[in-house]
Structure formats: structure tokens, C-alpha cells
Design a protein around this ligand. Structure first.
Ligand code: MN
Length: 501
């Protein structure tokens, strides 16, 4: 059985990355097996099944081998006796970083809806440096959604809602149509089980009925395209995803006959030129519906989506939607950013500055989307993207996010948490290691402050390295107070002396 799991995984990786070195994945599989040995999931299945399923999803989404490996190891530091250092020793720094980001993301705690959203938002900014962490999280979430029923109803609903509002929204923004669809449909099933069944039944009946008809359309079309010297790679029916069908039904009086794109025909042709030629051939034979022709090739959607869309009165007045695209456009529409890694066996994300900025801009608009879908992020209205430049995000041991200016130190962090913690801070632990109070922090660091109850107050030396005006002001205040109390003590002592005299 385990060998079968591994060979299925390797087969899937090889499909899209034929020249990849598969040894690290073999080693990762063996290590994950050893690490999770004897562990069971809440559902009673062996834990290893979950991490293999996560890795398999990543492979199916065309992700590079390095990410598949991260999928295998993503729960090791959190749930086993091995830690990040063990992973780094065996699989290198780059992989350890992805897994570490993953662990941080899952230690975020839920403190009411707003707090959680806020945490998550900051989190996504923090990991903007490495989008791969989110991709592993998507796969993890898809697999977890499949066994969501082991949790109490309330928790199921919370996870499902968060999946649609945040995860799917981000997947969409990254142009990952397939991932978005999987996240949404699984979550939809948990949130509205009745509605889910209703849509599913609709779909079953209608799709069968439609498929026969579309087979005819396809034949006619194929002949026309050959005549127009278009080299068709494939024409296939695309069935609308359940959740997106459900949303559309709600806006169409729940009448399935008002949904034209229940099954669309997708035409894949080698070149852009042939895309337009196909559109021409279609419009020559049948009449397009007014206002339904969309040229997303000349004007791609904000997430990069490209295709030609048209809706047509075919034979017998039946209405059919067509989507025309090249194989590259198709790859990008389904797999989004993974498409850019398609030929990069290392799976390393380019660190080019302009891409970084682009990603931050994308994140900003994701936030806008979430806001308009559900107003729970209203509080963030005033935040502008430029605030996030030159900011870092560090974590409390509980997983709360504290945002600070670049090069902020543990003292800035301590004062950001509480004045008392600031003025009594004695030592700092950064990522589990003792660090000096003046160490510049970096995004993603986990910081813990060790306080000393007997400490009288801040040290004037701190003023030389703190970066926030908040910490600076508090230190000055405190020093002033300490001085005052010193004077008072002195005065009292003098008085005593004079009395004694
Ligand atoms: Mn997991």
C-alpha cells in the first residue's frame, strides 16, 4: 500500500516535470512516514495519508517537485518530534523555509472573526516574499475539507466560510481557476448541504441532456474550422462548477434554463491567430448573442485570464457558450502561477523586485475583494498599500502578528505588545534562540520577550537602537518616572538622615 502511494505520487510529478530529480521526494516520503509513524487523523485514517494527499494535489496542480516535497513535510514540525532544523539538515534551507512558513500560518489563532481576518491579512503580506507557502496551504486545506465532518458543525462552518472568503478569493486572484473551484465546491458542500444537493441534481439531469446536443454542435464546428485552416487541438465540454453555478442560479430566479454556460464548449487552438479565426468561423455559421462577445485576449482579466468568449444561438435556437484559447492560455487559466514554474525544475520563485511589487499590489486588491464580499474588513479601509512598504511582520509565540517598521528590534516589539513588557524586558528569544535586544528583526520571525520583574525600568542605551517612536517615547517617559522616583527616594532618605541627626 505505501509503495503504491509513493509511485502514484512520483508518476504525477513526472507528468509535468519529466526531468525532475525524484530522489528528494522519495526521501521526503520515507522521512514523513517515519515522522508520522503511528499517528492517526481525527477521521481514524493514518496521518501519512493526509500529507501524501496534500503532496498529490500539488503535483496535480502542476507544481514543481520542491513544492510537492514541501507538501509531504508540511506537518512535520508541528505534529512530530522533528523540527525545522531536522528538515533543513535533510532537505536544505529553501525547503525548510517553506515548511516553516506553513507552520506559522497554521499556528494563527482564531480570536473572533475580525481579529482572525486581520491576522490573516497581515499574514499574507508577511509571506508575500514566498507565495509557495500559500500554495501548500491551499492543498492542505482542500484535503482537510474532505474530512471536515469530524469537527463540530460550528467549526465546519467557520472553516468553510473562511475557505470561500479568503482562500478561494486568493486562488482566484492568482489565476488558479482549478484550485479556486475545488476550494469553493468543497466548502459549499459543508456550508449549504441542502443547496449543494439541489444544484448537484440539477446539474446531473441537465448535463446529460446537453451533452448529446453539444456532440452535434461539435461535429459541425470541427468541419467549419478545418475549412478555415484552423488546427484544432481539442474541443471539449466544460461543466460549470457547482458553487459558481449556485451563485448564478441565485441571480436568475433559481431557473436553470436561464443559465447559458452550464456546459460551455472549450476550443483549444495553437495560436492567437487561430483563436480569432475560430471566432470568425463560429459567427459565420451561427448568430452570436448581442453583448456577449468578450475579448480577454486583447484585454486580459486583472488576474491574467485570457480567452475569447462568445454566446451563440446554435441549431434549434439552443444557446451555447464558447471559450476559445491557446494551450498556454489554458494552462495559465487552470493553474495560474504554477504555469510560470512549468519549466523550472528547481521550483524557485524569481525574486525580481518588480514581481514582488506586483504581488503586493495583487494582495492589496485581494483585500478589496474580501471587503466588498463581506464587510468584516471595514476597519482596514484606511490602510493604503504604501503603509506596507518598509514594514515587517513578526509573530508572537501564539501566532499573533505584530507589524513593525523595517529593522525594528525586540525592544520595539516588546513595547508594541505592552508598555509593561517593554520596560521590564530583559532578554529576547528570536525563533527559539536568545538574541540581543538590539537585533534587527525580519519578517516572519517568532519573537518572545523574557521580562525581569525586578527591573527598575528601561535602559537609556535602548534609545540608540529603537526604531519606533512609540518605544522611544515610552522609554523617555519611563526614564523620567524612574528619575523622579529616584529623586523622591533620595529626598526621603535625606529627610530621614536629617531627622536622625
Ligand atoms: Mn496539514
Amino acid at each position: 500500500m505505501p509503495d503504491e502511494q509513493l509511485s502514484q505520487l512520483l508518476k504525477e510529478v513526472k507528468k509535468y516535470h519529466p526531468h525532475a530529480d525524484l530522489d528528494p521526494i522519495r526521501q521526503g516520503y520515507a522521512f514523513a512516514q517515519e515522522a508520522h509513524k503511528g499517528q492517526m487523523r481525527k477521521s481514524g485514517a493514518p496521518y501519512i495519508d493526509h500529507v501524501v494527499a496534500t503532496a498529490l494535489l500539488l503535483a496535480q496542480w502542476h507544481m514543481p517537485p520542491q513544492l510537492v516535497l514541501a507538501g509531504l513535510l508540511h506537518d512535520v514540525p508541528e505534529d512530530t518530534k522533528y523540527n525545522i532544523a531536522d528538515i533543513e539538515k535533510r532537505f536544505g534551507k529553501d525547503l525548510a523555509n517553506i515548511v516553516e512558513g506553513e507552520t506559522k500560518l497554521s499556528t494563527l489563532r482564531y480570536h473572533g472573526r475580525e481579529r482572525y481576518a486581520e491576522n490573516l491579512r497581515k499574514m499574507f503580506f508577511a509571506i508575500a516574499q514566498d507565495v509557495r507557502v500559500v500554495l501548500v496551504k491551499f492543498a492542505d486545506r482542500v484535503d482537510n475539507l474532505k474530512t471536515l465532518n469530524v469537527f463540530p458543525i460550528k467549526k465546519q462552518q467557520r472553516i468553510a466560510l473562511e475557505t470561500i472568503e479568503i482562500y478561494a478569493a486568493i486562488a482566484n486572484r492568482l489565476g488558479m481557476g482549478l484550485v479556486r473551484g475545488e476550494l469553493e465546491d468543497l466548502a459549499f458542500k459543508s456550508i449549504h448541504p441542502q443547496e449543494y444537493k439541489w444544484v448537484l441534481n440539477f446539474l446531473k439531469d441537465k448535463v446529460q441532456e446537453r451533452e448529446k446536443y453539444l456532440e452535434q454542435v461539435k461535429k459541425t464546428l470541427q468541419k467549419d474550422l478545418i475549412k478555415n485552416e484552423v488546427h484544432v487541438q481539442s474541443i471539449h465540454g466544460r461543466i460549470k462548477r457547482l458553487y459558481s453555478l449556485y451563485l448564478k442560479l441565485l441571480t436568475r430566479d433559481r431557473d436553470i434554463n436561464k443559465i447559458y454556460d452550464l456546459v460551455a464548449l472549450r476550443i483549444i487552438v495553437p495560436t492567437v491567430q487561430e483563436c480569432y479565426a475560430s471566432l470568425g468561423a463560429l459567427h459565420q455559421r451561427w448568430t452570436p448573442l448581442k453583448g456577449r462577445v468578450k475579448d480577454y485576449i486583447a484585454q486580459p482579466k486583472p488576474n491574467g485570464y485570457q480567452s475569447l468568449h462568445t454566446t451563440i444561438f446554435c441549431d434549434d435556437g439552443e444557446i451555447v457558450e464558447f471559450q476559445i484559447r491557446t494551450p498556454e492560455m489554458h494552462e495559465e487559466a487552470e493553474f495560474g502561477i504554477a504555469a510560470h514554474w512549468f519549466y523550472d525544475e528547481q521550483g524557485k520563485m524569481s525574486k525580481r523586485a518588480d514581481e514582488h511589487v506586483k504581488w503586493l499590489k495583487e494582495l492589496a486588491s485581494i483585500q478589496k475583494n474580501i471587503q466588498s464580499r463581506e464587510n468584516f474588513l471595514e476597519a482596514l479601509d484606511s490602510l493604503k498599500i504604501d503603509i506596507f512598504q518598509n514594514r515587517i511582520f513578526v509573530f508572537t509565540p501564539k501566532g499573533d502578528v505584530i507589524d513593525l517598521p523595517e529593522k525594528a528590534t525586540p525592544v520595539d516589539y516588546a513595547y508594541a505588545i505592552h508598555t509593561e513588557i517593554g520596560s521590564r524586558c530583559a532578554q529576547a528569544m528570536v525563533n527559539g534562540t536568545i538574541a540581543s535586544l538590539s537585533t534587527p528583526l525580519r519578517s516572519g520571525d517568532v519573537v518572545e520577550i523574557i521580562t525581569d520583574k525586578n527591573r527598575k525600568g528601561p535602559s537609556p542605551d535602548w534609545l540608540e537602537f529603537v526604531k519606533t517612536s512609540h518605544a522611544r517615547n515610552k522609554i523617555k517617559d519611563d526614564m523620567h518616572k524612574t528619575k523622579l522616583s529616584g529623586w523622591i527616594r533620595e529626598l526621603v532618605q535625606r529627610k530621614h538622615k536629617s531627622v536622625a541627626r
